[in-house]
Write a protein of this length. Structure first.
Length: 305
């Protein structure tokens, strides 16, 4: 697309503000522009898109279907521009942004509790934490540190092992009382909650006990372990999750293990960072902090090639 066909940033800002307020006048007040300037910017944007974004009905402004679709895209663009600008504002200055990627439930249950106090020791470092499930390139995505589950290898990165994993079955106490659990197969009388990121989990758990069932892959599927845990706690069935992610609910009695077998996973949880960034202050400081927090628990921490 040639530059003359690209919308201006001012046009996107005017459109987003007008769509949020459903008023050119209020958008103009927010942006410190005149009402006619906002209207002109939106008209130019409509010309580029070749679609109307607003219609006036009974003197009130309404988004068209095309406008509603484009609003979502415009907000993503503006958010990305803001994030990139803030990144550059802090780049090489007295403060720096550390971009951290983590698995959703691991981040909420394991990582975030270990960040308490980081800001006080390293006031120059601003953490920017995002959830990632699918594989990605550290350099292309500008990620400084990533937490992942796997076999300890990441292209052009150094990896540090954090902890191993045991998969256990958990459910609410009420569900456990519905059927007698005297063998692993008894769990198939309940609903087996599935994890989208571990489709083989139940099959492997049963197989490790030399038990086979056609029900291993049947049941509601959830994107994250957190969703599966919440479903189990709500009585929707039995979830197969890493023990450390469910430990809080197990300790409080909100979840129980209907069968005590724990399957040790072949893979483990790691922290990775690009090789060429190992000596950067922000990366070195964060690695040191996580090492200290992990050393406080009896979990294995070791360097991996």
């Amino acid at each position: 697309m040639s530059r003359r066909h690209l919308p201006s940033l001012a046009g996107l800002q005017c459109f987003e503000a007008a769509a949020r307020h459903l008023s050119f006048t209020r958008a103009a007040d927010e942006l410190s522009l005149t009402q006619s300037a906002v209207s002109k910017q939106v008209a130019q944007l409509e010309s580029v898109l070749e679609h109307p974004l607003f219609r006036r009905i009974r003197r009130r402004l309404h988004l068209t279907p095309e406008g509603a679709v484009y609003l979502s895209e415009a907000r993503k663009i503006l958010a990305q521009v803001e994030m990139s600008t803030r990144y550059m504002q802090s780049y090489g200055g007295e403060s720096d942004v550390l971009n951290v990627a983590t698995l959703p439930t691991f981040g909420a249950r394991w990582l975030i509790p270990r960040l308490n106090g980081f800001r006080f020791r390293y006031p120059r470092i601003n953490l920017n934490i995002s959830n990632r499930v699918e594989p990605f390139d550290l350099q292309q995505e500008r990620i400084d540190v990533a937490f992942f589950f796997g076999h300890g290898a990441w292209p052009r990165a150094e990896c540090i092992k954090l902890l191993d994993e045991e998969m256990v079955a958990v459910c609410s106490p009420q569900v456990m009382g519905e059927v007698p659990i005297d063998e692993p197969l008894a769990l198939t009388q309940l609903v087996l909650l599935q994890s989208a990121t571990r489709p083989e989990a139940w099959h492997d758990w049963f197989e490790a006990q030399q038990v086979y069932t056609e029900h291993s892959y049947h049941g509601p599927r959830f994107d994250t372990f957190y969703m599966a845990l919440r479903a189990a706690q709500a009585g929707c069935g039995v979830a197969l999750v890493p023990r450390f992610l469910a430990q809080e609910e197990l300790d409080e009695g909100k979840l129980v293990m209907p069968w005590s077998f724990a399957l040790t996973s072949r893979d483990a949880y790691y922290m990775a960072y690009p090789e060429h960034m190992a000596e950067l202050y922000k990366v070195r400081s964060f690695i040191e902090w996580i090492r200290e927090r992990t050393a406080e628990n009896p979990e294995c921490v070791q360097q991996s090639a």
